[in-house]
Each structure stands twice: as structure tokens, then as C-alpha cells.
Design a binder for this molecule. Structure first.
Ligand code: FAD
Length: 333
């Protein structure tokens, strides 16, 4: 039989019943392509053997994290093997001397943040899908979220990778050294490569100390161009918010329709702004931002509790999925 080798290698971590394959046939695009089988490796050596077998037998193999991707990269459009990384979900090391985490690709972004929090650390890339996307998928998609304005995206936080190439060979690229500058920057080649160049089996991630505090503001504008000007004015005043998100009229309407979150549906745009730092720094930045927003005609709401803060961010995080409801052909970058 075609897949006997994989069955022997993986036992009950090889799946070829239709009911199982269906669960691995989709991603966030909501398109369905049934793989011929699903494999659930537990370590790099197994990944290497699976990929080598697929290569020798000319069988397509598609890596899969949590399947939250909007670009269809986790879909087995030509059948073949769905290579799910979900069981490779160990946080191997949190190196407090160097502020670096070594993780397997199946670790969910949120689970990593939870483990890091007691150490006063975090991994800055924060896609809105952080609770249901894997570090492997984040790296393969070069993901980023609201904090990108201050902290950048995944490419800014990956120091090194272990990767299984198409012939099954295992390479280690990059290192814990920050000034690792000799030779080609292969690590960055794999960041954003959407599973096309190899299977990421381990990652060295830079960590950052959590700020002492933060404050979220919501500024409501009745003129979109003034909202855009406010973004420039904030940056011009040398304030780098930890998040600065622009929500336009259509997005406000769509989220309000879905969530009933009490958003100002008559507004042209909302800016969601978060600043962080020491108490003194936050106070100074908030005062300046309120002044800039008000001068540009906005009404400003400052979140005074975690609940208020969360409700503001829930609205932001819901934009993409709620827009998808009304625009099936919506494409994400
Ligand atoms: C509601 C919602 C909100 C979202 N918000 C954001 C956002 O704010 N910012 C953002 O950037 N994205 C966002 N996304 C898109 C998506 O969540 C991200 O792209 C995420 O990084 C994908 O991770 P995943 O584990 O789900 O990967 P999957 O969808 O499983 O896979 C994505 C790609 O990565 C490849 N891949 C997965 N694991 C590996 C591996 N170990 N080695 C090699 N390739 C691999 C797959 O082959 C595929 O090409 C959102 C998605 C949803 C549904």
C-alpha cells in the first residue's frame, strides 16, 4: 500500500479515515481540499523521514499549524500528505540570561505568552489570531498584529531556525548571537516562505520585557482625513504608541452589526491607540495624544478598566472575520 511506510513509522498518528481527513481539509479561507492522509509527527527525525518518503515517492506534502491562515497555504490542493505540527508543541527553553525562547513550531502563540508572563517577558508579534495560531504558522506567514507599529513583525523576532528540507535533510540556521552576520541570512529567507521552502521544526525567538503599564484610548472621528492626519501628528510628536489601529466606517458598521459593541456607527473612522511604559511616560503620552486628537476634532474615550480595554480590542480583533462574512472574496495580505 502507498502509505504503509508512514503507518509503520507513526502508528495511530497516521490517519487516513475520511472523517479524520475532513478535519484537516480546510483553513480560514473556508475552502476544502481533502488530503490523502494526515500525519502527526512528534519530533524532527519523524518530520525528516516523512518528507524524505514524500520526496522519493513524488507525493505532495503540506505543513499545517492551526489552519488559521487566510492565504490557503495549509491546503492540500493536490491531495497528498497533510503534515500537522500540532504535537510538536513544546517550549524547549526560556533562556532568561539571553531573553530567548527555543520552541517547537506547534506551540500556540497565546500559550507561549502565558508561559512568558510570570518572567515579565513577551514575544511581541501579536496577530489577532494569537489564541489559535501556531508559532510555525506565524513564522511561515511573517505574522504581525496591532503591536507592529512599535515592535515590528515576526521577522524582527526570529534569531534562528531548525528546518527540514525537501530531501529530508535537517539544517540549523541563525543562532542565539544577536550579531550573527557572517554569510547569507537564510533565517529570513524562511520567514514568510509559507511552507514552500521547508518545514520549520524549531525556532529561536527573541523576547522583550513587558512594559510597566499601558493605557488604551479610542478616538472617534467624523472626518476620515483628520483621523489619518492624527496618525502622522502622533508620530511627528515622537510618540511611538505600542498600537495604533485605524478602523474605517465600513469596518465599524460590520463589527457593530455582528457584536453589538456600542461602536459609534455615525463616525467616519476610529483610531485605537495604546501607549505603554512607566506611569510617568504613559501620563505624558496620553495627555499629548488626547490634545492631538481633540485638535483634529475627535472625541476621545480612555479605557479605565481591563474590561473597557478588552471591549475596545475585541472590536479591532473582530474586523477581519466579520468583514469576511459580508465579502466572501476578501483577500488578506
Ligand atoms: C480571525 C483571524 C485573525 C487573524 N489576524 C491576523 C493578524 O492580525 N495578523 C496576521 O499576520 N495574520 C492574521 N491571521 C492569519 C493567520 O492567523 C496567521 O497567518 C497565522 O500566522 C497562521 O498560523 P497557523 O498556525 O494557523 O498556520 P496555518 O494556517 O496552519 O499555516 C499557514 C502557512 O504556514 C505554513 N506552516 C505552518 N506551520 C509550518 C511549519 N512548521 N513549517 C513551515 N511552514 C509552516 C503552512 O504550510 C501555510 O502555508 C488571522 C486569521 C484569522 C482567522
Amino acid at each position: 500500500m502507498k502509505f504503509d511506510y508512514l503507518k509503520d513509522l507513526l502508528g495511530n498518528r497516521f490517519l487516513d479515515e475520511k472523517i479524520d481527513k475532513l478535519q484537516y481539509a480546510y483553513d480560514a479561507t473556508q475552502k476544502m481540499y481533502l488530503p490523502d492522509c494526515v500525519v502527526l509527527p512528534k519530533n524532527t527525525e519523524e518530520v525528516s523521514k516523512i518528507v524524505k518518503f514524500a520526496n522519493e515517492n513524488k507525493i505532495p506534502v503540506v505543513a499545517r499549524g492551526c489552519a488559521s491562515g487566510f492565504s490557503g497555504g495549509a491546503l492540500n490542493i493536490d491531495g497528498g500528505i497533510a503534515l500537522s505540527m500540532e504535537l510538536m508543541n513544546n517550549i524547549i527553553e526560556i533562556d532568561l540570561d539571553n531573553l530567548i525562547a527555543t520552541v517547537e513550531p506547534g506551540v500556540v502563540n497565546y500559550d507561549l505568552q502565558v508561559k512568558l508572563k510570570p518572567f515579565g517577558l513577551f514575544f511581541p508579534p501579536d496577530p489577532s489570531s494569537w489564541k489559535f495560531s501556531s508559532i510555525g504558522g506565524n513564522i511561515a506567514e511573517n505574522a504581525g498584529g496591532p503591536k507592529a507599529v512599535k515592535y515590528g513583525v515576526v521577522k524582527d523576532w526570529v534569531l534562528g531556525l531548525e528546518v527540514v528540507l525537501a530531501d529530508g535533510s535537517i539544517i540549523n540556521i541563525g543562532s542565539k548571537n544577536v550579531k550573527d552576520v557572517a554569510g547569507y541570512n537564510l533565517t529570513q529567507l524562511f520567514v514568510g516562505s509559507e511552507g514552500t521552502l521547508g518545514i520549520i521544526t524549531k525556532a529561536l525567538l527573541k523576547l522583550h520585557p513587558i512594559a510597566q503599564g499601558s493605557q488604551t484610548l479610542q478616538a472617534t472621528f467624523y472626518d476620515m482625513s483628520l483621523a489619518a492626519k492624527t496618525v502622522s501628528d502622533i508620530i511627528k510628536n515622537k510618540i511611538i504608541p505600542s498600537s495604533l489601529e485605524f478602523v474605517d466606517h465600513q469596518a465599524i458598521l460590520t463589527v457593530e452589526d455582528a457584536l453589538k459593541a456600542n461602536l459609534p456607527t455615525d463616525a467616519d473612522a476610529i483610531l485605537i491607540i495604546e501607549v505603554e511604559g512607566s506611569k510617568f511616560q504613559i501620563k505624558e503620552d496620553v495627555e499629548k495624544i488626547v490634545q492631538i486628537c481633540t485638535e483634529n476634532g475627535a472625541k476621545v474615550k480612555i479605557a479605565h478598566s481591563i474590561e473597557e480595554e478588552e471591549s475596545i480590542w475585541l472590536a479591532r480583533r473582530s474586523i477581519s472575520p466579520t468583514l469576511k462574512r459580508i465579502a466572501d472574496g476578501k483577500l488578506n495580505e
